[in-house]
Ligand binder design. Structure first.
Ligand code: HEM
Length: 489
């Protein structure tokens, strides 16, 4: 590929091979239609799979049109790492779908850019660390929540049940503790409505009509789902404002309970020092809190559900996990510092994340300026999808990419090995903000649950009969399954 005459990727009207000289025929075949783009060639229900197939044909950098929206797809470890890390500034903006732009209005930490995003991200990272992440306080909050979750599962008496709700409640409570400074009872109506709304929101976001709204906003307002989504988003904002009101009334400046308190203190300081252009305003508080919930609950809870289903499907692996836990930990509470002594447990959690691949296209990025990349010019403002699935399931990186094989993360002596191609949290400046918290939650919840319960398929269903084909939604989540959590301690 010659750098002197780079093809202008973002100006091409079609799917492009990264090796340009031999691509003419394929480009013609894949030529997109006016207005519809490549829509007829894309399976919107399983987009990441279609894009993975395209990457096998068109290479590691190619363009696809979602209606009029032009998207550059990046595939493979080297390409994604080079873009997100070596060209971190250029590929480091967030591209929000229309519906998310409508709600967020450029505020918060997930769908924002520029100085406001930078400040919110930095503040969220440091406050979550100080009021939770990395400190004993966070570990204590998770282990306390483990106890509630165990009690909840014990109440099921080993009978086949859908354990999605208790798992989501436990994980949501961790974010509640970090953000508001306190947890909720699982049957608290305020809490259950919060979780229910998040689930409905996620279903709507993955619906065809909302996807069409994102491509053609001018016709999308006709869709009932768009109106439903707006209503839910308003209710979510109202509920948070009510909670902020309660927190403000009971606020003691000497004692910060969580993110909201810390934000209000900072806001007040800046107002007192007459800082007029501060990003610490109510809109940013509201959207950052909503974004921490949106990004931090479904992801971790879905991963945990995958892990428990894999245990039920592969009982020999569950045996090995439980053997290691009882040999190294016994009946005492697992702690974060035990992770180094539990290589098999650690490998199982990593392998769950790798195979489950819950965010197969990360979140959409956008180029901040024109960028010369791997022989192409990609124009400023182009949407970019880092296809994480192409790394997590790459045949050249993993011995058996489509099997559940904890040995992918173990050396010949059974010790845990880090793998560069483990990119479940993405990389670079927009990489997951909650990675440390998520890792801690996954380790403590998973290990504690496996100490207390044996997970088996519902009676009448064999392990082989368990169908683990993912349901495609906002995340790739497990199909609805009943599991038996049989107490073993
Ligand atoms: C972004 C994965 C848990 C907060 C992301 C991204 C991925 C990801 C792939 C997109 C990165 C990119 O666009 O390149 C995961 C997984 C999780 C998890 C697999 C759990 C197993 C969490 C938790 C929190 C969180 C617990 C909250 C504390 C965020 C935020 C962003 C993000 C705020 C946006 C960062 C930004 O745009 O600057 N996550 N995440 N995540 N995650 Fe997570």
């Amino acid at each position: 590929m010659c750098f002197s005459t780079p093809p202008r990727l973002s100006h091409c009207w079609g799917l492009w091979l990264s090796c340009c000289s031999s691509c003419a025929q394929d480009v013609r075949k894949a030529r997109p239609l006016p207005l519809l783009g490549n829509l007829l060639q894309l399976d919107l229900k399983n987009l990441s799979h279609t894009l993975l197939m395209f990457s096998k044909k068109y290479g590691s950098v190619f363009t696809v049109y979602f209606g009029p929206r032009r998207v550059v797809v990046l595939a493979g470890y080297q390409t994604i790492k080079e873009a997100l890390v070596n060209y971190g500034e250029e590929f480091g903006e967030r591209d929000a779908d229309q519906i998310l732009q409508d709600v967020s209005q450029g505020h918060g930490v997930l769908w924002s850019n520029g100085d406001s995003w930078k400040e919110m991200r930095r503040f969220a990272l440091t406050t979550l660390r100080d009021y939770g992440m990395g400190k004993r306080a966070c570990e204590d909050k998770i282990t306390e929540e483990c106890r509630y979750l165990i009690e909840e599962l014990k109440r099921l008496k080993g009978q086949a049940s859908n354990i999605t709700k208790p798992i989501h409640s436990a994980v949501s409570n961790i974010i509640c503790s970090m953000v508001y400074g306190s947890r909720f009872e699982y049957d608290d109506p305020e809490f259950t409505s919060m979780i229910e709304r998040t689930n409905q929101n996620n279903l709507l976001l993955a619906s065809r009509s909302i996807q069409l709204y994102n491509m053609f906003p001018w016709i999308g307002v006709l869709f009932a789902n768009k109106r439903k989504f707006d209503k839910l988003a308003d209710a979510n904002k109202r509920q948070n404002l009510k909670i902020f009101g309660r927190l403000t009334e009971t606020h003691d400046p000497q004692m910060c309970r969580g993110f909201v308190d810390a934000f209000l203190v900072r806001k007040q300081h800046l107002e007192e020092s007459k800082m007029t252009n501060s990003h610490f305003h109510e809109q940013n508080l509201l959207m950052t809190v909503i974004h921490l919930f949106a990004a931090g609950t479904d992801t971790t809870a879905t991963t945990l559900r995958w892990a428990l289903l894999f245990m039920a499907k592969y009982p020999q692996i569950q045996d090995q996990v439980q053997e290691e836990l009882s040999r190294v930990i016994g009946s005492r509470q697992v702690q974060v510092e035990d992770r180094k002594d539990l290589p098999f447990v650690n490998a199982v959690i990593h392998e769950t994340q790798r195979l489950a691949n819950i965010l197969p296209m990360a979140l959409p990025h956008r180029t901040s300026r024109d960028v010369h990349f791997q022989g192409y010019v990609i124009k400023e403002g182009t949407t970019v999808f880092p296809l994480l699935t192409s790394v997590l399931h790459d045949e050249s990186e993993w011995a058996r990419p489509h099997a559940f094989l904890p040995a992918h993360f173990l050396d010949k002596d059974g010790q845990f090995v880090k793998r560069d191609a483990f990119m479940a949290f993405s990389a670079g400046r927009r990489a997951c903000l909650g990675e440390r918290l998520a890792r801690m939650e996954l380790f403590l919840f998973f290990s504690t649950l496996l100490q207390h319960f044996r997970f088996t398929p519902a009676p009448g269903l064999t392990e082989d009969e368990m169908d683990l084909s993912p349901c495609v939604g906002l995340t790739l989540c497990p199909p609805a399954h009943k599991l038996c959590a049989v107490p073993c301690m």
